[in-house]
Structures are given as structure tokens and as C-alpha cells.
Design a protein around this ligand. Sequence first.
Ligand code: ADP
Ligand code: MG
Length: 733
Amino acid sequence: MVAEHEAKELLREAGVPVPRGVVVRDMDFAPVAELREPLVLKAYGPEIVHKSEAGAVVLGLSRVDVPIEAARMLASGVAAEGFLVEEQAPGGVELIVGLVHDPGFGPVLLAGLGGVWTETLRDTALGLCPISEGDARRMLGSLRGSPVLYGLRGRPGVDVDAVVKLLMTVGGSGGLWERLELGEFEINPVIATESGVVAVDARYLPAAHASNGGQDGVIDEPADLGPHSEPTDLGPHSEPTDFGPLFEPRAVAVVGASTTRPNFGNMFLEFYKAAGIPLVAVHPEAREVGGVPAVPSLAVADVDYALVAVPAERCAQVVREASGVPYVQVMSGGFGEAGQPELERELVAAARAAGTRLLGPNCMGVYCPRGRQTFVGGGLGPAGTVALISQSGGLAGEVIKVGERRGLAFSRVVTVGNAADVTPAELLRWLSADSETRAVGLYLEDPRDGRALYEALAAAPVPVVLLVGGRSAQGQRAAASHTGGLVSDGRIWQALADQTGATLVTSQDDLIGVLAFFQAHGARIPRTTGPDGGVVVSGGRAGSLGAALAGEGIPRGTTADFRSMGALVIGPSGGASVLAADAFDRAGVSLGPLPDSVLGELRGLGLGAGSSLANPLEVPVGPRSGPDLVQRAVEAIVRHRSYPDVVAHVNVQSFFTYGTRAEPLFEYARALAAAQDALPETRVTLVTRNGECAPPGVEDEVRAIVAAAGIPVYRTMEAAAVAVAAGGRNGTA
Ligand code: ADP
Ligand code: MG
């Protein structure tokens, strides 16, 4: 560990205020005369880690006290190599600012409430370096204890700009993180007052020493990411690849299908035959396999894509012969994920030697209706604008099938398996620039590629929805500093999403639901006009609202308006409306109040008799009410105040309990579709609660009616709220 005064010297050079102090090695305390009282005495030495706990720090001393206290420390057994005597900074709010090098994501900045309460409060925020100034402000604002920074009950706040500057100096572009060899670096505490900041303690563990936490009684083991994450020695592929032919190959080869015992290869052969893509089988002897012409080797197959389904030990040999094939997918498992990293390295080496890009191993492949690429049975769905990158083939298959059932149409789906060569980050870069793709879903289980992923997400001009599996298991590492102990991969994923404007969801259902929202509303530009008629938010790229909330791009006041406007919720009265308000509140979507100017008009429509007019707006929705009431109410309100989102909900059960026909429900759906058609700058969303009470086919019909107008449908308020919140984060998708 680097001594405190040396770590502080690094801070001083970087422009961070530190207390004036002197280092004493030989018990000659004469230089202390230069310092202003009160003074702080700190012992340092290789065995002293947490000074307070070791009795190695004393505050509030006069000059004459210092030698006496130093002698007392030595007598009490403090293993001091020397002493740091420094001026005591005035009290203020104690913060922690730290850096760690995460094995998956690289340098990560931590900021939070510090001092002795760090561990107890655990009130900290993370950001991947480099952070922007907007990130710094958002991180501070996200602390539960942020009111102590901004001022509380008449008490003045601290100089927040100085704190932001400190965060930028440590974790911003060109900051300390670029010059340090992390390890871990930590300022705990930095004292923030009305007039600035002072770093009164600093700790620096360079990379080589960071794992030597033994003196602290804590052993810092590298995160056990399993053999799955065993890096290949070959390093990443360097030149950017055009993945077009991966998704739309001229022709495909399947290696491994059998003439005698049908296996996975035969199954994929059948899928490809059904998809109608030009196809060849690779077989050592046969002239045809399952009715498909066969050639003896990939070397003589004129295809853009080869699927390899032979035992792991034979895969490298097959790939070596693939020099004319730009993409090879290895379906077989039995590599890194099965404790055979050397087989995986051999496979990557074979791909490099052949000049082909390798998908997998241990992966299902590619699905692209436009390119007749598939790995699922049951035929190709419609071609669309939603892309998916998945580390799990099984999950990708489910998202395709369930998503299509719910109206998603895919541009391209790719599974990456062990991602030994082609990585999610590389694919995300390509897909986010792909003209067919308007939104990307990502399913990942592994932060290994975190750094490149951060860069790809930050650069993505399309909305990205991120589902991370195994977050709860990606725990905290043991570490020698507070910072190390407070950073866990689970929290870094959230920071990654916050910084890049991606939406982090927690279930497969929400992954599909949020993608459906972007598919339906991606081209809509919500134009929010305030009561004065001024345009509040319009245009901009994905993530612009997230950036704006963080203080960039769009002026702050306007985003506050956007937020307060939020969504208009409209549906039947009673508990459902009350619970709707709660669901949107939990998702962070505000339900801005109805404008006074529209209340008379709503009363004219017969609304509000006996109940108040508010948001959620309660309208009679059911088998016996006028179906176009919802349309007239929504159009009237949006003329007065343009909510970016309108969420209409119906209780499907009521139509079949108090009525017998589906027609009134269809009429309601048609009226809502008409409202959407009339309001191109508003995103209308439908929630069909209790859909299981409808006769078969009715829900599908409702979905089809509103889908024609570009309205997404959810079966629960919670699912709709998550999607609307994601749409709000992305402003204009
Ligand atoms: P530790 O190794 O225990 O973290 P610190 O150097 O952080 O030791 O000192 C412990 C506490 O003493 C700090 O949390 C802070 O409250 C206070 N302190 C230390 N140095 C100073 C200083 N120069 N001015 C004011 N307070 C200080
Ligand atoms: Mg400290």
C-alpha cells in the first residue's frame, strides 16, 4: 500500500485540496511549528491499515501535544514507521470517493456518504469511468442522503460544484483513474463544506498490492467467474466486421448431420429446409443427408455461414477447413463452460487461421426472417425492427416465440454462447447502426466484456433493453478498502444502464414488454407542450432524456416539466385505478394533474359526476358504456396538455360477466385506436386486465385492432408501467 502522504501528494498534483502537513520519521517534530492548530497526528507503517481501529490517529492537538501523543502511540504498540502531522480541517459532510478496477468492467468510481458511517449507511453510487459531469450530478442526486449535500431544514448545503469537480478529477475523462495502476484508490473521508472540499484521508493500493489484503485480515480473491470466462490468449478480433451476411447468408452449410442416427445437425437441417434457404450438408461419405446435397468438407462448400454440430474435440479441425466461409457457428458444447478452456483456445486459433469469424461455441445460432436464418422450429415469423443478442440460446428461442405471439417482429436475433470470438459488444455496435433495427434487447450473464459493452451502449443511437441473468450471484468481492467492499457487479450493471440510457429490466417478460413498447412507439416523437403552449421536449436521440435528466443536452427546467407531465392513466373506477397509480409510482412515472382548463369539457362528457376528476381519470368502461367515451376524453385532455404517454386500462372480465358479447370490447379497442390515430405525438398504451376471463381468441382480436394503430398491449399494470418508464427514459426512441 502507498503511504497516506504519498497518496495525498497524487491528489494535490491533480488539484484536489488536501490538508497542509509534514512527515516525521525520526521523532523530530520541529517542522510542526509551520502548521496551524488544531492538528491531527497519524502514524503510518505497513501494518497500519485502518488507522482509527489501530489507535493510530488523534485529532484536536496543539503543537506541544504532538510529540507526547506520538510517544504514547509507540508505547501502546502502534507499529509506526513514521508520522503524518497535518492541519485539522473544519467539520462538514464526510464523503467517500473511491476507485476500483473491476475484472469485467474496468475502472469504476464510487461516491457516497463516508467517514465512520460508510459501512453502516451503505449509501453510495457507482459510475463506470470515465464519468461525465452529468453522471457525477446524477450519482450525487441518487444518494438517499443527498439532502445533506443540497441543504436540509434551513441548514445550508455543501459546495456541490466542488464535489462534482472532485468526482471528475478522480473518475472523469483524463482523471486520476487513467494514471493510477488500480487496484483500489480511496478518499475516505473528503470533507465537504459550504466553501469547498478537503481530502483528509487517502489510500492507494496499486494493482500488484491490491490483492494483498492480508494485513487487513481480508483476502482479496479474484472474482470466480468460472472456466466460462477463461480468456483466450489470442485477444479480441481487431477489424470491424460487416455482420450482414451472418444474418442474411447466400447459402448455409450444416456440419454433423447423420445419415443413420438423427441428431441436432439433422434437426437444424430440417429448420433450414423449412425456411427455404439454399443449403448444403457436410458429410465425409454421403452424397446427400436428409434430402440435402452433401459435400465432404467446408473447404468445398460455397456458403456464407456454416453450422457445426460435431463433438467438441473435432470442431477445431472442421473450422480449420472453413477458410472460404466468413461465419462459422459452433453449436457444440464441451468447451470453456465445461472446464475445457484449451479446446476453446484451439477453436479460436483455428478460426483466426481460417480467416473466419466464430459464433459460439455452445450457441444456438442466428434468427433472421429477412435472411431465412433460423434455429427455431415452427417456421419464420414476420420480419421487423427488433434485434436481440443473447448469451443463452434457450432464452432467445423463448423470446422469439413468445415475443412473436405478442406481436414482436424481429430484424435479427443472435446468440453468442461462450462468445469466444464474436462478442455481444461487437454485435451491439453493428446492430445499433443497422438500418433494419430500431431497438435492441440484450440478455447477458457475464460481465467479462463489460468495458467494450459500456462503450457500445454509450454509442448506441437506438434504445437498448438489458436483462442480466445471475446478478444476485455476481456478488461483492472481498477487498482491502471500503470501496472494494461496496462495489458489486450487480450494482455496476445498474450504473452501466444509468450512464448509457439503457433500460435494465428484471424479467424475460419485461424484456419482451419493453421491446414491444419501442417497436410500437419507436417512430413517435412525444411532443410535450406546457400550459403556455411552449414545446418542452421533442426530437433527440435515444437516451437523450436520460442525458437531460443528468443535466446534459436539454435544459433542466424543461425535463422537469416532461417528468411532471408523465402519463395520463384512464380506466374504470375503483381499486384498479388506485393500484394503477401505485404501479406507475413504483416505476418512477409521474401522473401529472389534469389541466383545470379541460375539467368543464370532461363534465360535459358526463364524467366526474359524484367523483373528482383526477389522474388516474376514472371513466365508465364496460359492456354498457359508450365505447367512444375514452376516445373523446383522451383527445380533449391531450388538446389541453400533451402528456407524452396515455395508458388506458380495461377490466376484460367485466365484459363477460355483465355482458355476453365481445363486440363492446372490440368497439372500445377501435375507439382507442382512433384516439391514437388522431394523436400522432402521444404514445397510447393499453392494459387488458383479467384477460384470462375472455373466450379464446378475444384477446388476440383486441391486440390486432389496437396493434394496427401502433398501440402495445400489456396484461398487467406493472408490465405497462415498466415499459412506459423505459419509453420515458429514452424520450424519443
Ligand atoms: P482511518 O485510517 O481510520 O480511515 P482517517 O485518516 O480517515 O483514518 O481519520 C479518521 C477520521 O478522522 C476521519 O474519518 C476524519 O473524520 C478525521 N480526520 C482525519 N484527518 C483529518 C483532518 N486532517 N482534518 C479533519 N478531520 C480529520
Ligand atoms: Mg479514513
